[in-house]
Design a protein around this ligand. Sequence first.
Ligand code: NDP
Ligand code: MG
Length: 394
Amino acid sequence: MRSVSIFGATGSVGEQTFDLLMRAGGPAAFDTVALTGGSNVMRLAEMARALRADIAVCADDSQLPALRTALSGTGIEVASGAGAIADAADRPADWVMSAIVGAAGLVPGLRALRHGRTLALANKESLVTAGTLLMQTAASHGARILPVDSEHSAIFQALNNEDIACVERIILTASGGALRDWPLASLATATVREAMAHPNWAMGQRITIDSASMFNKALEVIETREFFGVDPDQIEVILHPESLIHSMVGFRDGAIMAHMGAPDMRHSIGYALNWPTRAALPVARLDLAQVATLTFRAPDLARYPALRLCRDVMATRGLAGAAFNAAKELALDHFLAGGIGFMQMAGVVEDTLSQVSAELCQGNAVLTLEDILGMDHLARVRAGEVARRMTGSR
Ligand code: NDP
Ligand code: MG
């Protein structure tokens, strides 16, 4: 029986992974090793019972007593804290879902790779923050990373193991998020609730707002560069409001392979779960006559400064990805807390990148986890200072 673990089980991707495991037979079909969550321990305990996990771990230490009570008498072990989550990644599991949100997903993912596991990677922040380290760790330990982000799953499927040297361009599609049709001048006053109204995808709060600002797409451009090893100038972004083409690969003979399907993450999660075969999945089938029209347009960089900033990050390399992601996470925290406006998030990230520029170890420097976590911390401190200075200056 295949053994599995889910990191970030209580989130949007985690729930959909759980759904697929349960539909496939739950504990009769999978041996569940570890399930981890943040603070939603009631849901974590329900999932651990349903899948008969060996251990349930919450990030939030204050929730450990509640988790212990909820699982008492089941024989399921409990633990809490970032260290315990990372330790859970040392437990043997054939397939590990990395679906923690933010840079907190990096260390558990790395630990799983060091044991040669197959890592289904939803946590794009770990590739942005530590792409070289992650890919090298996978290669040197015989581990495999399977992309779960819908665009990267689409590219992986469209590539279909062809020689990457035959690829001319990779075209990432973007819905444009909740605010794509707002007048540019109104974006400054967009609220969290408004930025959360995503037209096509139901996702966690942070990625939904990142979709509206296109910071999500900026992360995905870097993720593409790190995962597929193509040059930055081979990666294009196109607005595709219908979200039915999940991304495309253009080959040197002029052919473009596009991956289509309903906007449902259970496709890319299920693809990674069943790879290298395909299993029937509970996703809606497209009725192309009903779809009738697919539209595309070039993104406006004045509206989406994140798309410009990710180009600078790729040109710099070194620790720029770690700084970019950390500053973005901090800027989003301040937007969620009401301190800064929607368009100020990009300003926080840009100012932070220039403040830490001397410490970015440009180029292909070999970076350790300590270097990366050090930059993650520094960029959060600097971004916090920048955001606090901006507060109230909307
Ligand atoms: P959610 O916010 O819905 O869920 C995040 C998960 O991480 C929850 O289980 C949460 O726990 C847990 N968590 C939060 N903070 C921490 C922490 N500090 N340490 C450990 N665990 C923590 O996120 P999504 O599911 O939307 O996204 C997960 C990842 O997948 C992100 O990297 C995102 O970019 C990526 N992704 C998501 C897609 C989607 O459709 N949602 C699509 C493509 C990529 P709890 O809720 O219990 O507090
Ligand atoms: Mg995506």
